[in-house]
Design a binder for this molecule. Sequence first.
Ligand code: XLS
Ligand code: NI
Ligand code: NI
Length: 433
Amino acid sequence: MTDFFKGIPAVTYEGLDSDNDYAFRHYNPDEVVMGKAMKDHLRFAAAYWHSFAWLGGDPFGGQTFDRPWFDDTMDAARLKADVAFEMFQILGVPYFCFHDADVRPEGDSFAQSTKNLEQIVDYFAEKMDATGVKLLWGTANLFSHKRFMSGAATNPDPDVFAYSAATIKTCMDATMKLGGENYVLWGGREGYETLLNTDMGRERQQAGRMLQMVVDYKHKMGFKGAILIEPKPQEPTKHQYDYDVATVYGFLKDFGLEGEVQMNIEQGHAILAGHSFEHELAVARELGIFGSIDMNRNDYQSGWDTDQFPNNVPEMALAYYEVLRAGGFTTGGTNFDAKLRRQSLDPEDLILAHVGGMDACAAGMKAAAAMLEDGKLEAARNDRYAGWDTPDGRALLNSDLHGIMQKVLADGTDPQPRSGRQERLENLVNRYL
Ligand code: XLS
Ligand code: NI
Ligand code: NI
């Protein structure tokens, strides 16, 4: 045991009447909701990078956090792992997620960085065995080091493409070895700053080829998990190629990968793209590519990714409603890709941020389940489209313009507008919160 979280108790469910900061008021892991335990609906994961590798900097100031593992040595990496697993246990999160760069020191060569990663992977394996904590997904950080400043797969320099491909292989190997349930690719610096120096056609081809190689390797190594792409419209580059779910779907189609790759959808990225979170979830569901979620929250006034812990239950209810309508998670889960504010210095802040986030998700999920089980919202939706379920409605899409015109003339078709009943439905949703 380290003494980082000294004095902080394991967090358990105490229910709505509890006044204890270190208790869940909604998240009751074994409570059954719609035939499934809450922990299996939500599949919570903690993100290594924001919780343990982020220094607390912003564009105007550097490090604010003071953590005993902020050092580029293997000993520090092991201490960081010790503390991370202590947090997973305090919270009772079943999963975690990491990038290579979060967990191991950068070596002075590719070979050394790989060796460092392998050693930490062995250390993780022991800790996972001892605690039962599992890996939701692994990923490669192909954006922080300056070698990636002009992109990874989309770099104008083929050496960077090669370095990136080799790095992805080591991270897929690490994920496989730890029994990870998914492998994630967020675009990082796959985008551009100015068209004046950018060959967009080449960059797209390079990105497509890299993704094909990832999928080939997945099959070759026998990885049973899902490959997930995480769309984001801006930041760090001005124009990110993986703008949103619909854009990524077009890209997947182009490279013949639509049956191979699913989406990891982040709330904050949806907001930056000018969408709601539930829009992105619904698009992925309708396209059959829903995978997992990164559950942070964006500030609505800022134009960047603020990665705050979630606390808005009504929004989460609508998001989990779409997740439940998609059939829930299979390999995916709810990853907190969220970070503290840089003034939240204390170890307690890190625990309480997760407690609040998990509870807000649980409350949202329960409300979503109640809405779905009651069926009033779906009944109203079905009623709105009921005309399409009549014999005439069904025949329409198999007809043609000429035939339809003949029928409109024969029937004297004269459509009458009907209310969309938005306010009534909004009132209905509020009853579940
Ligand atoms: C950045 C992304 C990143 C991914 C993992 O905005 O959210 O944290 O989740 O590379
Ligand atoms: Ni993000
Ligand atoms: Ni993310």
